[in-house]
Design a binder for this molecule. Sequence first.
Ligand SMILES: [Fe+2]
Ligand SMILES: [Fe+2]
Length: 339
Amino acid sequence: MYTQAMDVPPGTSSPHETPSATSVDLRQHAFDERIDADGRIEPRDWMPEAYRRTLLRQISQHAHSEIIGMQPEGNWISRAPSLKRKAILLAKVQDEGGHGLYLYSAAETLGTSREQMLDALHTGRAKYSSIFNYPTLSWADVGVIGWLVDGAAIMNQVPICRCSYGPYARAMIRICKEESFHQRQGFESLMTLMRGTDAQRAMVQEAVDRWWWPVLAMFGPPDADSPNSAQGMRWGIKRLSNDALRQKFVDATVPQAAVLGITLPDPELRWNEARQAHDFGPIDWDDFWSVVNGNGPCNRERLATRVQAHEDGAWVREAALAHAARRRQHEQESMKEAA
Ligand SMILES: [Fe+2]
Ligand SMILES: [Fe+2]
């Protein structure tokens, strides 16, 4: 439910009054000044409608990605090769569920309900990160997701800790700490496999060959094709461009691949002395858009599993509501007795 009241500072006009042109100008001015000074916007502060909508879309898509992202790896919990690996994987998948919860809470402060956000996800109106529409075919995929997918997520998310919207920035600080554990466990799991047998090394290389290009695409379309990025940067929601983040990720990952003894599947990947950065080959954007638009290998399966999980959990929501109602009733009765 939209509650305009959240956008109105105390002591100003009520949500039912139409603010005058001057008061809107003054609020816009105060908002711009706060953004320019790198200050934080909080839920009760006035904000332009487009800023609110942009944040709501970004934070809810981020929340959806966290909970859909539980599926590809959750698929391996019952098949983890040891008790230790199972415990680590369970903890990681639970962390992702927690990330979804912090982010839905942050998005709710913008005046929309969790039910509305989940409905948008379940009916296919909302997007989530396209990387989770690829399958996890071998145990090495779990390590590669930790190393590359969580590694890319950290690159993307560390700058959001300085996002201009306070609740989102604060949620990201804790999330990034946990993502860092996810990346480390992936790297360590791959290191163990790379020290194992030829078959284990081949399994890792095959997984990296499948994941490398979709991971590079995770950073989003090239800057030239991202018309909304400039406004996001102006508002302090986005701090680094898609291409800048992708470059940082490639530069950080190449030396890690060398330590692991893995070959990244790009014949054009090489150090460019003049740029002090790695050059890399072209990304297949047609494949990216096809997956974003619902035609990836697992889109239908991911959504169907999510809807099923939601339906299976209906009794928990009903029980929690009934419990809350009974508690309220008891409180009212004991207040009457006391009076
Ligand atoms: Fe996460
Ligand atoms: Fe993660």
